[in-house]
Design a protein around this ligand. Structure first.
Ligand code: LRH
Length: 488
C-alpha cells in the first residue's frame, strides 16, 4: 500500500507517492506542475481550478501505475482562502496574498483594534497579507463576494472540499489567519465579531492526523477510482516541512527554505509576550499540539522574481547559472534588507534592489552576478540576525541549523548560511513539506508511532548534507556592515 501527498507551493505543486518499508521511507514524484498566479486587471489570483485539475491528474497517475492508495493529504501555502455561497459553490478565484489590495489595511485595523491586542489573542506575527487583513480589505472595498458568501475555506480546506464534499477547517492553517486563539483553542469569535466578519463562516476545527472524508462519489465515477480516505495533515506547508526536520532532540532550529524562508524553533506552547510582539515573531500551530515560534524572511522570492525580470528582458537563466555568476562577483559590495516592504509585491526586482542600494548610500549592483550575490549574501545575513533572535526568544542556544525545502539545492546559500551563523548547517530533506505530509498520514495509520520515530526514519531515508562554517572573520565584519546598512 502507498499513500499520496499533494504539496502545493507558491510556484509549483507536486504529487508525491510514499511507501514505508521496515526502516525506510521511499518517496516518488508522480506528478509535478506549475502554479503560476494570474494577473487580471489590477488583481492577482490563484488558478484554483487548475490546481484541482492537477490533483486529479495525480490521482489518475497513481491509478495508472497500479497503486492502491491507503490515504491522501494536501498541504499548501498559508493565509489564502476561497469563499463559498450557501449552495457550496466557490465565489470567484481566490486572491493571491501578494495582491496589492491589502496595502495599508493592517494599519487601518490597528485604529480599531490595537496590534498588541491582536497579538495577545492570536500570537501571530503581523504580515500585511494575513487572512484577517485580506478579509478586511474585501470588506473595505464593499466586495459583493461578502454579500454572497456563506462559508470560508483556506486553500487546502477548499481543495479537500472539492475532493470529498465535506467542509472542515484544518488547525495548522487556521492559525495563520490571525483569527485563531491558541488559549481558547478555537477561532477567536470575539475578534471575528469586532471586525464584523460573519462568525458563522468559521466552523469546527480538525487536527492533523484526522480522517476528514473520502473521495466523493461523483469524482470516483469521473476518474474510475475507489473510495480513498482523505486525511487532514499539517496543511500549512511550513507545518509539514517542520514535521520533516530530521532533528535528534526537542531543541532545534530550522530554516524552511523555498519561496519564503521560515526560521525558528518548535515548542510545546506559544510564546505570547511583549518581546515576541516587539520582534514580530509568530506562533503557528503544528502537529500534535506543537507551535512553531518563527519569523518569515522574504526568501528566494527575490531571486525568483529577479529571474523573471531578466526573462522579460529576453533571456531565461537557470538558477545554477545565476549562482555561478554570483560566485564570480566580488564579495560584500552591497546589502539589502530582504524584508523591506519594497520587495513584497511582484515587480522589477533588480531595479528595486538598485533603488534600495542607492537610498542607503551604497553602490548599486549592475551586473546579474553582483545582483544575485547581493541577494544571497543579504539572505544569509538576515538568517544570522533571525537565528540570534530565535535563540533569545526561546532562551536556548542551538548547535546548528537544519535547512529543509527546495532552497537547499542552492548549495552556495547553504554554505553562506553556515558561514554567516558560524555554526553547522544540516541541509535535507529537500522535499520537506511532502515528506512531513506523508509522515503525519503514517502516524495516523499507526505505522509510525510518533513524530520522533518519523524524524528518525526521515534521517535514515534521505540525504542530509553538512556544511561547516568558513571565513568566520570576514563574515563577522561584513555582518556589522549589514546591520549598519539595514539599521536592524
Ligand atoms: C510558505 C508559506 C509561509 C506563509 C506564506 C504565505 O509557503 O506558507 O509559511 O507565511 O507561505
Amino acid at each position: 500500500m502507498s499513500i499520496l501527498a499533494f504539496d502545493l507551493g507558491a510556484s509549483s505543486g507536486r504529487a508525491m507517492l510514499g511507501r514505508l518499508t521496515d526502516t525506510k521511507m521511499e518517496v516518488e514524484e508522480l506528478h509535478r506542475f506549475g502554479n503560476d498566479p494570474v494577473q487580471v486587471g489590477d488583481r492577482l489570483h490563484w488558478d484554483i481550478l487548475r490546481l484541482y485539475y492537477e490533483i486529479k491528474q495525480g490521482l489518475l497517475k497513481a491509478k495508472h501505475q497500479g497503486e492502491t492508495l491507503q490515504s491522501i493529504g494536501i498541504d499548501s501555502w498559508a493565509v489564502d482562502f476561497g469563499l463559498l455561497n450557501s449552495q457550496g459553490e466557490l465565489l470567484g478565484n481566490p486572491y493571491h496574498y501578494r495582491d496589492s489590495h491589502t496595502k495599508g489595511k493592517m494599519e487601518e485595523v490597528f485604529a480599531d483594534i490595537p496590534a498588541a491586542e491582536i497579538f495577545a489573542r492570536t500570537g501571530i506575527q503581523f504580515l500585511p497579507f494575513n487572512t484577517i487583513y485580506q478579509l478586511y480589505a474585501l470588506q473595505h472595498a464593499k466586495s459583493p463576494l461578502l454579500r454572497e458568501a456563506d462559508r470560508f475555506l483556506m486553500i487546502p480546506d477548499l481543495l479537500r472540499y472539492f475532493l470529498t464534499g465535506e467542509m472542515h477547517h484544518e488547525f495548522s492553517n487556521a492559525t495563520t489567519t490571525q483569527l485563531y486563539n491558541p488559549k481558547q483553542q478555537d477561532w477567536d469569535r470575539e475578534l471575528i465579531q469586532k471586525l464584523r466578519f460573519p462568525v458563522s463562516w468559521f466552523g469546527s476545527i480538525v487536527y492533523p492526523g484526522t480522517q476528514v472524508g473520502q473521495i466523493r462519489a461523483s469524482l470516483r465515477d469521473e476518474l474510475a477510482i475507489p473510495a480513498i480516505p482523505v486525511m487532514a495533515v499539517a496543511e500549512h506547508d511550513t507545518g509539514s516541512a517542520v514535521a520533516a526536520v530530521p532533528a535528534m532532540n526537542k531543541s532545534f532550529a530550522y530554516l524552511s527554505c523555498g519561496t519564503w524562508s521560515l526560521m525558528g524553533t518548535e515548542l510545546d506552547e506559544p510564546v505570547i509576550n511583549e518581546h515576541a510582539l516587539r520582534l514580530n515573531f509568530t506562533n503557528e500551530g503544528g502537529i500534535h499540539g506543537s507551535y512553531r515560534l518563527l519569523k518569515n524572511i522574504m526568501g528566494l522570492w527575490i531571486l525568483q522574481e529577479s529571474r523573471r525580470a531578466w526573462e522579460r528582458n529576453g533571456r531565461r537563466y537557470e538558477f545554477a547559472e545565476l549562482v555561478h555568476m554570483a560566485i564570480q562577483a566580488p564579495a560584500f559590495t552591497a546589502f539589502i534588507d530582504p524584508d523591506d516592504p519594497m520587495f513584497l509585491h511582484p515587480g522589477d526586482m533588480p531595479a528595486q534592489i538598485r533603488a534600495y542600494c542607492l537610498q542607503t548610500g551604497q553602490q548599486a549592483p549592475e551586473s546579474l552576478g553582483a545582483t544575485v550575490r547581493c541577494i544571497l549574501e543579504s539572505l544569509a545575513m538576515k538568517y544570522r540576525y533571525t537565528f540570534h533572535l530565535t535563540e533569545q526568544l526561546a532562551q536556548k542556544s542551538f548547535e546548528g541549523l537544519h535547512m529543509v525545502g527546495g532552497g537547499i539545492h542552492n548549495k552556495l546559500l547553504c554554505q553562506w548560511t553556515s558561514n554567516a551563523i558560524g555554526k553547522p548547517v544540516w541541509a535535507g530533506p529537500a522535499e520537506g513539506s511532502a515528506i512531513g505530509n506523508l509522515a503525519v498520514q503514517w502516524i495516523a495509520s499507526g505505522e509510525l508511532s510518533d513524530i520522533w520515530e518519523a524524524r528518525n526514519v526521515i534521517r535514515d531515508s534521505f540525504q542530509v548534507d553538512t556544511y561547516e562554517p568558513r571565513h568566520a572573520d570576514e563574515w563577522d565584519q561584513a555582518y556589522e556592515h549589514f546591520l549598519q546598512i539595514t539599521r536592524l
